[in-house]
Design a protein around this ligand. Structure first.
Ligand code: FAD
Length: 462
């Protein structure tokens, strides 16, 4: 491969071929994918990115953009041919501007998410995108995967935070659309093409992002309820009562709570009596004017919930959230599990959980459904733990058949097989089934129009 031209563009500090430096960039976060590359490029400007992409286009070299490498679907890892070059955005990490009055900032793609949150906070503003990987993931990766995270209920996904984008196209030309506008009806909204397309249509080099007022106090409560249907009714009631000040609204089944409290030291059941389901919620209210307690008491009086605990201080708040954040870790102690991160319209959540549970329990007797998720986003983590008396490999061999059953139910309710994390290489096959027909045809047509030589993150998504 002719790599000298690429190295010259970025200079001596802008590339590496050293195996020990490449290694962390070639292994996916959970170690599921390991790739090969002869070269990682680390440009510092949009101009350098544009020249690199133009050179790759000329030589027809595949280029894999990489942010924080926290994606879980194999999207940021080159394949094992050793013929693809990595392009890391890590040195493009400047905040170009921040306007508190326009409630916006312009950040380069390699800015780490938590640095953006901090910069906004110093200006008494909030950048609401928040996820467990926020200390490592980068805004370019967040936008390319349309990341969700914990604040979607109130602020939407990464897509909703974008006012404008700067993008290098697969021929090396640059779309400079860093407009910090709320209103703009000038033609097709091209930025939307690049958000969520996982580096297959171009490289995001910078983004104009929306900011919000800094948050007042956050209150946390857990409610005991009878069913997912009741959770949906409770959500509607509290959204009305709080005028949409809910920050998070999470559903957990009793089995999920049991597993956490059994395996994670320091956790304990919030209620003396078990209930079939629980809701954990956060609400942000101005402490001078508002109080969540009356709304929660009304919810009990009107039969939207059976019991409630309200965190009285930071440590009680942390203890309630620890339960939710420990679910994945706790589930590991129950053996192998098959996970489905799906979304359905909020009013179909109960039907989905019920139908998918019946399907799984009927066809895989003894397996245990560990269902939890972000009800307010219509996002259910439908995890299934193996039957205790099965060897793990036997259960894992059922992955495709079990997923097909679950996905059929999702499809029948108008849902998505991929609520978060994107497609990468992990869900390529499922995408082809779910978006069959005109949708996948248009996706392929857009890909070949923008990237006729398939140099941009080849082998991902489509
Ligand atoms: C502990 C943990 C918790 C997580 N929680 C969540 C969660 O709650 N919600 C959620 O949505 N995700 C979550 N994720 C997944 C992951 O953090 C997100 O997908 C994140 O947005 C990826 O950002 P990144 O910078 O690490 O991107 P990478 O992993 O580096 O890349 C992801 C994809 O984007 C492409 N890409 C990266 N940068 C660019 C760019 N500048 N231009 C074009 N393409 C680019 C890559 O080629 C790849 O296809 C979690 C991951 C971990 C490890």
């Amino acid at each position: 491969m002719q790599l000298d031209g690429l190295k010259n563009i970025v200079g001596d500090n802008g590339w590496t071929s050293a195996a020990d430096e490449l290694q962390p960039h070639l292994t996916e976060w959970r170690g599921t994918w390991v790739g090969k590359t002869p070269l990682m490029l680390m440009p510092t400007s949009t101009d350098e990115v544009a020249r690199l992409v133009a050179e790759c286009a000329r030589l027809k070299i595949g280029l894999v953009p990489q942010g924080g490498n926290t994606g879980l679907c194999g999207g940021a890892i080159p394949d094992d041919s050793g013929q693809q070059v990595l392009l890391s955005l890590q040195r493009m990490n400047r905040i170009r501007s921040l306007s508190a009055d326009n409630f916006s900032m312009i950040a380069e793609a390699g800015c780490v998410l938590s640095d953006l949150q901090e910069a906004a906070s110093k200006a008494r503003r909030l950048f609401p995108l928040s996820l467990a990987a926020e200390g490592s993931c980068q805004i370019g990766g967040n936008l390319s995967t349309n990341a969700g995270g914990v604040n979607v209920l109130r602020y939407g996904t990464a897509r909703d935070q974008v006012l404008g984008l700067e993008v290098v196209l697969p021929d090396g030309s640059v779309i400079n659309a860093l407009r910090e506008l709320r209103k703009d009806t000038g033609g097709y909204d091209l930025k939307q093409l690049f958000i969520g397309s996982e580096g297959t249509l171009g490289i995001i080099t910078a983004a104009a992002l929306r900011l919000y007022p800094a948050l007042p106090d956050r209150r946390t409560a857990m409610l005991a309820i009878d069913s997912p249907q009741q959770a949906v009714a409770l959500l509607a009631f509290l959204r009305e009562k709080t005028l949409d000040q809910l920050q998070a609204f999470e559903l957990l089944s009793e089995l999920t709570l049991q597993i956490v409290c059994t395996h994670i030291s320091g956790t304990r059941r919030p209620f003396t009596e078990a209930a079939p389901w629980y809701v954990l919620l956060d609400v942000a209210l101005d402490p001078d004017y508002d109080n969540i307690e009356p709304a929660l008491i009304q919810a009990l009086e009107r039969g939207f919930a059976n019991d409630v605990v309200i965190a009285k201080n930071d440590s009680e708040q942390a203890a309630l959230w620890r339960i939710r954040h420990s679910v994945s870790e706790a589930q590991k102690f129950e053996g192998a599990s098959l996970k489905h991160d799906v979304s359905v319209p909020i009013d179909c959540i109960a039907r989905f959980i019920e139908a998918a549970t019946v399907a799984v329990e009927t066809h895989w007797p003894g397996s245990r459904v560990v269902a939890f998720g972000h009800v307010g986003d219509g996002n259910v983590h439908f995890n299934v733990s193996q039957p205790p008396d099965w060897p793990a490999p036997r259960f894992l061999a059922e992955r495709a058949r079990l997923a097909a059953r679950v996905h059929d139910i999702v499809a029948s309710l108008g849902g998505s097989f991929s609520a978060e994390h994107g497609v990468g290489v992990l869900k390529k096959g499922v995408l082809a089934e779910f978006r069959a027909g005109a949708e996948i045809k248009l996706m392929r047509a857009l890909k070949s129009l923008l990237d006729p030589d398939n140099i941009m993150n080849p082998g991902k998504v489509l």
